[in-house]
Design a protein around this ligand. Sequence first.
Ligand code: PGA
Length: 262
Amino acid sequence: MIIGNWKLYPATLAEAEKLFRMIAHAAVSARGVRVGVCVPAAYLPALARLRERGAILGAQDVSVEKEGAFTGEISASMLASCGAKMVIIGHSERRARGERDEDVAKKLRGALAASLVPILCVGERERGSEGEHIAFVHHQLLAALRGIPRAKAVSLVIAYEPIWAIGKNATRAATAVEALEMSIVIRRTLAELFGRAVADQIPILYGGSVDAKNADAFLDPTTGMNGLLVGRASLSPAVFAKIIVAGTLRSSTRVGMAKRKK
Ligand code: PGA
């Protein structure tokens, strides 16, 4: 699964349409990889009308509220009716603007009720020598997911996005070993909440300074990751297309290995 997060870009609908078309065309022939783009909500209806088959549309946030006197808010059912199939929830850039764990939990339930796939973002601000980042992510997951029924949990996606690895101010991307460590923590927490069989079905994505050069390393099955959440690099169709190709190659290797095992 390879998902782009456009954040507050591009500046106009015309640019958004062009970018989305190029990404969808790059994705339409990608075998074994689900490609999606989480776009500014204002662009959703127009992009949905393009009827591109290659890429799934998503939003970047959702209101905690269903309806009412809440100026400026956009509900899960509004997003769904404008063409969104998924929504990012709990991104660190939303949490930095005051979103609390309880808001994340409510948004997640609202998204599920509207049949949107929630992409729940978790990740620590910094790594501690005592493993504090592990406890932190474990807590974020429990706070967001406790009480979700197993039947609903199968449609979740989790994105591990360490804050120190995100965006222009990132010091570096995580290493494959750091990604592996956290994929184990996340998978175990999911198993604790929903049982092993459900936990194994939930994709875990890595996000934070993913580009065409490092994408393949994060898609290596030994990291335990099942895909990528890509910010800056998803705004360049050429770079994003290379990341999709890396996903396709990894997917065909996995299929080949599975066949050989049989
Ligand atoms: P980045 O952002 O790829 O630009 O680091 C990732 C994200 O915030 O989802």
